[in-house]
Design a binder for this molecule. Sequence first.
Ligand code: CTP
Ligand code: MG
Length: 218
Amino acid sequence: MSVWAVLAAAGRGERLGDDRPKAFARLGDLPLVAEPLRRLDDSEWIDGIVVAAPPGWEEPTIVLAEELAAGKVRSVVAGGETRAASVRVALEEIPDEAAVVLVHDAARPLVSDDVIGRVLAPLSEGYDGAVPVLPVADTLKRVRGDEVVETLDRGELVASQTPQAFLAEALRRAAAGEGSDCAALVEAQGGRIKAVPGDRRLLKVTSAEDLELVAAWL
Ligand code: CTP
Ligand code: MG
C-alpha cells in the first residue's frame, strides 16, 4: 500500500502577521515548514511527499527540502487561493498508484509517527478516511452577532486536527468541493470517516503566541 502525503503550506498566515508566509516564519532556527517536512520525510509510513508552497515560494521550498535531505519530496507546487484549492493542485502530482493520501497542515509542525499510524489504521477496516480529534473543554454556543442562539451538546462535539488520511480515490472524488477540512469534503460525498485520538501538540499555529508555544515544545 503506497502512502503519499500532501503538505498544505501555501497559506498567507494573515493572523500571524509576519512579513512572510506562515510556512517561512521562524520556528527555532528554521522556517516553520521545515519541522513538518522533516517529520513526514522521516516517517516510516510515507513513500512520497508533495508540498503546496505559498505562490512565489516554490524555489525556497525546494532548497529547504534539499538542505533537510528530505528525499521523499517529489514535487513542490504553488498552492491555490484556498486550502482546498492547494490540496487539489497537490493531488494532481500524486501518482495513480498511491492507494492512500495523507493531508497535513504545515501549520501543525509537531506531526508524529504515532498519529500517522492512528489515522492510517482505519483505512484497512472499511473506512474511507480518518481524522485525529480532541475533546472540547469549553461549552460551545451558537451565536448570531453577540446574541446566543443555542448551547450545543458538547458530548457529541470534537475538534478536528491533521494529519487526515484518505483512500486516494475517495479524496480525489471529493476534492472538487470547498471547505477548510478535507474530511468534510469526503463526508459530503457519503464517505465514512473514523475519528481517532488526536494530540495537543498538533496545535495549529495561528498567532504569534502559538508559534512560541510550539517552539517551546520542539
Ligand atoms: N493553506 C494552504 N493554502 C491556502 C490556505 C491555507 O495550503 N490557500 C494551508 C496553510 O498553509 C496551513 C493550513 O492550510 O498550513 C491551515 O490554514 P491556516 O492555519 O488558516 O493558515 P493560513 O491560511 O496561512 O493562515 P491565515 O488564515 O491566518 O491567513
Ligand atoms: Mg487560513
